[in-house]
Design a protein around this ligand. Structure first.
Ligand SMILES: Nc1ncnc2c1ncn2[C@@H]1O[C@H](COP(=O)(O)OP(=O)(O)O)[C@@H](O)[C@H]1O
Ligand SMILES: [Mg+2]
Length: 235
């Protein structure tokens, strides 16, 4: 569904990704793993159109998207949950969710997506009228994911959802994402430094080191490769 081919991205003289290629199957979770500075955030920012590649291509349903605007890419159904959580702190939980669904043209659809968010992440329903800055880290992460989902994306790009979260909260969030993948044929690209937890939910995984793909395989197979784990995954 998503094909990354020979993607090279640079910030001036700094080459952040070099000839990166991999594919993501529809209805799967693909983990992108690697150390700090490996190029993971650059990869998702390039997929969502925020960064322009120097060369290579990104195809979504066989259509080239690497030169489209971020708005056009979002409209095609690719939603990005940025590192550090994309919620508007001064707005209430409900206002954040309504903004997330704004791009849906039908009013009933917009209402339904807010209701779905509450059904999926129960703590958000109880806090619907509170400003987002009053939420815990885990709740804020739920809100940022729910906000992205309110647009009914086909692909969800999650940049380090585990950052700063207790592992129990993370497990709950991952279970919800797994549920969506199954119920809605959602496709997820999950960026993580926490390789162990990511591999436990992912179908496939790509390991990036210094801007290059060093491994791409089924998650359970990568998890069983001791040499790779020690060299790149830190467990
Ligand atoms: N806006 C930027 N300007 C210049 N260099 C950047 C910028 N963003 C990231 N980089 C560099 O690109 C490389 C990859 O960074 P990044 O994609 O953030 O990695 P990761 O998310 O895996 O930690 C790093 O060397 C980083 O310093
Ligand atoms: Mg990053």
């Amino acid at each position: 569904m998503l094909e990354i081919v020979d993607l090279t991205v640079a910030y001036g003289p700094v080459v952040a990704l070099e000839r990166v290629s991999f594919t993501v199957a529809e209805g799967s979770v693909t983990a992108v793993l690697g150390a700090n500075g490996a190029g993971k955030t650059t990869l998702v920012r390039t997929i969502s159109g925020l960064v322009r590649p120097r060369s290579g291509s990104i195809r979504f349903d066989r259509r080239e998207i690497s030169r489209l605007s971020p708005e056009a890419i979002a409209r095609l159904g690719i939603s990005h949950v940025p590192e550090g959580r994309g919620v508007l702190a001064e707005l209430t939980v409900e206002e954040n969710l309504r903004l997330g669904g704004l791009c849906r043209s039908d009013r009933a659809d917009r209402r339904a997506s807010v209701a779905e968010a509450y059904a999926l992440f129960r703590p958000l329903a109880e806090r619907r009228h509170l400003p987002a800055f009053t939420l815990s880290g885990g709740e804020r992460q739920m809100l940022s994911i729910a906000r992205a989902l309110a647009a009914r994306p086909r692909v969800l790009l999650l940049d380090e959802p585990s950052l700063g979260l207790a592992s129990l909260v993370l497990t709950q969030i991952m279970a919800r994402i797994k549920q969506l993948v199954q119920e809605r044929q959602l496709t997820v690209v999950l960026i993580e430094q926490n390789a162990r937890s990511a591999l436990s939910v992912a179908d496939d995984a790509v390991v990036v080191s210094l801007g290059r793909v060093v491994a791409h395989d089924q998650a359970h197979r990568l998890a069983s490769e001791e040499g790779l784990r020690h060299a790149y995954l830190g467990f």
